[in-house]
Design a protein around this ligand. Structure first.
Ligand SMILES: *Cc1c(COP(=O)(O)O)cnc(C)c1O
Length: 217
């Protein structure tokens, strides 16, 4: 696979669903990938990337930004409150707003800094203990709370349980977004981004299918 292949497959899935690729952002998930692989994707002209650790992203992206210019960075892994300020300074999009305490911290810092990245609420659609995210039944109330804090909510994000049919989770995420008037749907990874596009994804997060398998730590 390569970036061009993924573009092509995403495009075909969008066409089949009667959708335009203009409404679908491809986030290339570069976490743990060797710099050389990330560089070659930058050289192909791609500018939207996803990372799941603040510290790892701090190590590589300021340098890449200096060399390649504007890059749009999405945070897609859990965010601790003590890293929230660093995340706000580095990322354009934070997809992992998953608890009231983080919402409060982001709202306070947004007020201090005078700006805030676009935010997605992470929903734990599979209600898995080991996974972060707001439970589906608590999502409406949490979204309300975030709006009262003036946080710039753009949409919802989910990571379906590995052994489930992802369609059910994508459909649930979409239903929650629709009833709350949110347009953004971050769903779909290497194994299921075409399904996600068919079900309305506006943001797909594709790592290994673009870069190859991640080296094991
Ligand atoms: C790692 C990761 C991805 C990318 O996974 P691939 O299977 O490599 O495409 C997408 N979303 C999140 C939240 C991730 O942590």
């Amino acid at each position: 696979m390569s970036l061009a292949d993924i573009h092509q497959r995403a495009q075909a899935a969008a066409e089949k669903a009667g959708r335009s690729m203009d409404a679908i952002e491809l986030v290339a998930v570069s976490k743990m990938q060797p710099d050389a692989r990330v560089e070659s994707v930058l050289e192909e002209g791609h500018r939207v990337f996803g990372e799941n650790r603040v510290q790892e992203a701090q190590g590589k992206w300021p340098g890449f930004r200096e060399r390649f210019g504007d890059v749009r960075l999405h945070l897609i892994g859990p965010l601790q409150t003590n890293k929230a300020r660093a995340a706000m300074e580095l990322f354009d999009v934070i997809q992992v707003l998953d608890r009231p305490k983080l919402a409060t911290a982001l709202a306070r810092m947004a007020h201090e800094i005078g700006q805030c990245p676009d935010l997605y609420v992470q929903v734990n659609t599979g209600e898995e203990d080991q996974k972060a995210g707001i439970l589906p039944r608590e999502a409406d109330a949490f979204i309300d709370e975030c709006r009262k804090m003036d946080l710039p909510l753009r949409g919802l994000m989910c990571i379906p349980p590995v052994d489930d049919d992802p369609s059910l989770h994508f459909a649930l995420l979409r239903k929650i977004a629709e009833r709350n008037g949110l347009d953004g749907l971050s769903m779909g990874m290497s194994a299921d981004f075409e399904t996600a596009i068919a079900l309305g994804a506006t943001c797909i997060r594709v790592g290994s299918a673009i870069f190859g398998d991640r080296p094991t730590p």
